[in-house]
Design a protein around this ligand. Structure first.
Ligand code: ADE
Length: 236
């Protein structure tokens, strides 16, 4: 079973994991999710988790001690491999193929930093540990206040790939970003449902034709047109 351990100073951020498909997957035992409060590992009365940066500069940096203690407490089984995910805008960009890789990992630890981030020696240290794989991941080129929302995004993308979580697994096969060509991932064809005419907008007649070959051809063309348009718009 996939185990997720989340470390944060705001455990309440993860309450939405009780909802919808992830909530159901959790209740039926398909995934095991534990949330840990970093402040429980702080060793002073004020539960301090940050300090000023060496070398000066704005903001605060998270102390390595509580992070090390929190990660060690989770990763107590020396026979297991732990994938430590550190959320940071300086990380590798998250993608569908990364979600597919992470869905195969047994023990995922998400380190949700705040402020100016976590003292880099935490990542440096766990990279030297033979039962750890460390990945710094960003969900996009913008800055969030912390890694919690990024963790929710990544977990949702992973957990829906776990067998049994989505009622109809066929829906995973053709969806956006699960197929690729030589230029990157493809997006899905547009979908329509009833009514056939909504505010004067008609459903393409081929979709009402019952001709499965024609429908498949139309969808393949619509998907590649949509992909081309998207690539045009997002070209830097
Ligand atoms: N923490 C702050 N910004 C982030 C981002 N874009 N992705 C992941 N973690 C973050």
């Amino acid at each position: 079973m996939n185990k997720f351990d989340l470390i944060s100073i705001f455990p309440e951020y993860f309450e939405p994991l009780e909802l919808s498909l992830i909530g159901k997957a959790k209740k039926s035992g398909l995934v095991d999710i534990s949330v840990h409060n970093l402040r429980d590992q702080a060793d002073d009365n004020h539960h301090t988790v940050d300090d000023t940066p060496y070398g000066g500069g704005a903001g605060m940096v998270m102390l390595p001690e509580p992070w090390g203690a929190a990660i060690d407490a989770i990763a107590s089984n020396v026979d297991q491999i732990y994938d430590l995910i550190v959320l940071t805008p300086a990380g590798e960009k998250f993608s569908q193929s990364m979600a597919e890789e992470l869905a195969l990992c047994d023990n995922l630890i998400f380190a949700c930093g705040r402020y100016e981030g976590i003292d880099i020696r935490v990542t440096d240290f766990y990279r030297t540990q033979k039962n750890f794989r460390v990945r710094e991941i960003s969900i996009g080129d913008y800055v969030l206040n912390g890694g919690e929302v990024a963790t929710l995004v990544i977990m949702e993308a992973i957990i829906r790939l776990i067998p049994g979580v989505i009622g109809n697994p066929a829906s995973l096969e053709e969806e956006s970003h699960s197929l690729r060509d030589e230029n990157g991932s493809l997006v899905e064809y547009p979908s329509y449902t009833k009514p056939a005419n909504w505010r004067g907008l008609e459903v393409p007649p081929v979709l009402l034709s019952g001709n499965h070959g024609e429908i498949a051809r139309w969808r393949a063309e619509a998907a590649s047109a949509r992909t081309a348009e998207l690539r045009n718009r997002t070209r830097e």
